[in-house]
Design a protein around this ligand. Structure first.
Ligand SMILES: Cc1ncc(COP(=O)(O)O)c(C=O)c1O
Length: 231
């Protein structure tokens, strides 16, 4: 999640034990590794997003990895119709009969986005190195901050650092979460300069759950409304 790999090797074992397919959502985790092996290579298939801020961005779109012919042909029928399906799905294959129409959907990536993604791939290692440097810096600075604990990958693993996730440790704080609300001024990382974020004194009550798919009540609390420079 957020580029930090799950226990995907164990999930692979579990799937094998029970004869299940394993699908990886590698949406954020381009180039992330588990014991040196790339995320996306553990599952029967893996999907990656390349929309806006992803470590590998094409503006919009994504891609699927698989070495499973059934998954590949089924995905092809959802993404395309006619030419590629007729060219790639063998005539002897049962799904070939749908090749002309596909599944009636065209979920393929825009070709221009695919070209951008391919071009960006050669920069991925440089982008990841930058993300690592920033994550190391932030983790180091957060090490002694009570109330938060950065979630870092296991020693043998590597995150793509799509985001830095903080586990909230309320037991380390005496009151509300105010000590969390400090950060380097407007994205600048010069030591010693900080901004405080202006918060409502009391968090407003949670709103009732309004959407069936939403597991938690909504809260109208905006964590940071405006930055107040500190002298
Ligand atoms: C975990 C996860 N999976 C899948 C997706 C879907 O990606 P896309 O927006 O490219 O369809 C996202 C989007 O950010 C995501 O966060």
């Amino acid at each position: 999640m957020w580029g930090t790999p799950a226990q995907v090797a164990q999930l692979r074992d579990l799937a094998d034990q029970h004869g299940l397919k394993l699908f990886e959502d590698g949406s954020h985790a381009h180039g992330a590794t588990v014991s040196g092996r790339r995320v996306g290579s553990f599952g029967d298939a893996a999907a990656f997003s390349m929309n806006g801020p992803k470590p590998l961005s094409a503006g919009e779109g994504g891609f699927l990895l698989t070495d499973d012919a059934e998954v590949y042909h089924r995905a092809l029928l959802h993404g395309q119709y006619n030419k590629r399906c007729r060219n790639e799905i063998p005539e002897t294959y049962p799904l070939h009969r749908y090749a002309v129409t596909g599944m009636g959907l065209k979920h393929r990536i825009h070709p221009l986005a695919a070209a951008i993604g391919l071009n960006q791939l050669s920069n991925l290692d440089t982008y990841l190195a930058g993300r690592h440097r920033i994550a190391d810096y932030l983790c180091e600075r957060l090490r002694d901050v009570p109330g938060v604990e950065p979630i870092v990958p296991a020693q043998s693993d590597r995150s793509s650092w799509y985001g830095l996730i903080l586990r909230y440790r309320p037991e380390q704080l005496d009151g509300p979460a105010r000590p969390l609300l400090r950060r380097p001024t407007s994205g600048r990382c010069d030591r010693g300069r900080q901004a405080r974020f202006d918060l409502p004194a009391e968090p407003p009550a949670a709103l009732p759950r309004t959407r069936p798919a939403l597991p938690c009540p909504l809260t109208p609390l905006r964590l940071c409304s405006r930055a107040v420079p500190q002298s």
